[in-house]
Design a protein around this ligand. Structure first.
Ligand SMILES: [Mn+2]
Length: 429
């Protein structure tokens, strides 16, 4: 293994922080014990929890208006893998990377898989890209891809997705995430029914190319880049499409891709009820974006989502195994720092959901004791679980103080000396 940061640096920083952590962990352990919860059991669950980070998230994102790169930002898949390895080494929560094609194209995927493995990383879902044109591409996606009115454009989009499956097979992936920006800006621009028909027909051709053990994750998004209608705009369109395509098609919930104030935890419960919950893209949103760091605006919503996931785990349907990934646009922070902070927040919401007294919750629900049902959730949400996460990290070789240790490593400063300056590059989905 060729980990990017020195193990000694992490160990030294942890030595400094360990006494306080042990004190906090013991204190929280006593508090949880009074509620009949063994803290070590929760810690083991947290240690087993993992999520993927996207290769595109390792670079600074941007808005429609500008992108402001930082010195030392990664400019290719190899440098992105290095940065993802830093996040994984410090957090011990993100052992997988989700690549995006053609952005991450290389000539030898076997070698790329080995390179990632040497950094302690595996590959997660592969993401296709039919929302922008590439140099030399025969047909333009300007008016759509899988739902285009032009048969040859649909065919090109199908072939690209099939190529992504083939690349993913070589990388060890078993999921293809499909998000299309297809939609319209004007009433009347396209027929709303026929555009969905064309999408379903093309998506079925992609589905037919899936290996037996693969899933096709359909990511819906209400708007952007299209601002009047989007072909797969919401969870309703997504589950209908997934049901029509077949059992390997599942729905992917990006937290930022809903109408404002939508009850996302209920959507999660609904998708699970019909065996169609395939995965998550974690981020947060204040208005209509999908860009902010997970839990930075509404950590309670994230907790409620995990509460549904823990319920789902206790009542599994059709191989409940959601794919978890961070999908944020880091416009004003060092992306490594944002993803460390986000991984901690996501892990914390999972840990809090595990602390919910399910028996008390279910009894209160059955008895229509509204206040006690609410309090069962509230008690868990109010617990500061950070010592559990920090202890799980420490025991797995990660950093107790992730951001402090990262800054001490001067990783970004050192990379600013080694890496070539970033261009204005690709955006984010
Ligand atoms: Mn997404």
């Amino acid at each position: 293994m060729n980990m990017p940061l020195s193990a000694e640096l992490i160990a030294e920083a942890n030595t400094r922080d360990l006494e306080a952590l042990e004190d906090d962990y013991a204190s929280l352990g006593r508090k949880l014990e009074r509620a009949g919860i063994a803290i070590d059991a929760i810690k083991e669950r947290v240690a087993d929890f993992s999520l993927a980070v996207p290769t595109w998230g390792a670079g600074r994102g941007g808005t429609r208006f500008a992108k402001f790169p930082i010195a030392g930002e990664p400019t290719n898949i190899h440098e992105k893998l290095e940065d993802c390895a830093v996040i994984s080494q410090l957090s011990r929560l993100t052992p997988r990377v989700s690549p995006h094609f053609p952005w991450d194209k290389v000539s030898d995927y076997g070698a790329l898989r080995e390179e990632a493995a040497s950094l302690g990383l595996g590959f997660d879902a592969v993401n296709s890209n039919t929302f922008q044109d590439q140099p030399g591409q025969a047909k333009s996606y300007a008016t759509g891809s899988l739902s285009s009115t032009v048969a040859a454009t649909r065919q090109q989009a199908v072939e690209h997705n099939v190529e992504c499956i083939e690349i993913g097979r070589q990388l060890g992936s078993t999921d293809l995430t499909v998000w299309v920006g297809d939609g319209t800006n004007f009433p009347g621009q396209q027929d709303l029914a026929r555009s969905l028909d064309r999408y379903l027909d093309a998506a079925a051709q992609v589905y037919a190319a899936l290996p037996d053990d693969w899933r096709m994750l359909l990511e819906h998004k209400m708007f952007e880049p299209a601002f009047y209608s989007t072909v797969i705009s919401d969870w309703g369109s997504s589950i209908l499409a997934a049901q029509e395509l077949g059992p390997k098609a599942k729905c992917l919930v990006d937290l930022g891709h809903h109408a404002p104030n939508v009850n996302i935890e209920q959507i999660v419960a609904r998708l699970h009820r019909f065996g169609k919950l395939g995965g998550f893209h974690f981020n947060d949103s204040k208005y209509g974006d999908d860009d902010l760091d997970s839990g930075s605006i509404n950590p309670h919503q994230l907790f409620l989502v995990f509460n549904e996931l823990v319920e789902a785990e206790l009542n599994p349907r059709e191989g409940f195994n959601p794919n978890y990934m961070i999908d944020q646009s880091h416009n004003v922070t060092d992306p490594i720092e944002s993803m460390l902070s986000s991984a901690e927040t996501i892990g914390a919401c999972f840990a809090k959901a595990l602390l919910v007294d399910r028996e008390a919750l279910h009894m209160a629900q059955e008895a229509n004791d509204t206040m006690m049902a609410f309090q069962a959730l509230r008690r868990a949400y109010n617990v500061d679980v950070s010592p559990i996460l920090a202890m799980a990290r420490h025991e797995n070789g990660g950093a107790i103080d992730m951001l402090g240790t990262y800054r001490e490593s001067r990783w970004r400063d050192r990379k600013a000396q080694e890496r070539k300056a970033v261009g204005l590059g690709a955006g984010i989905v």
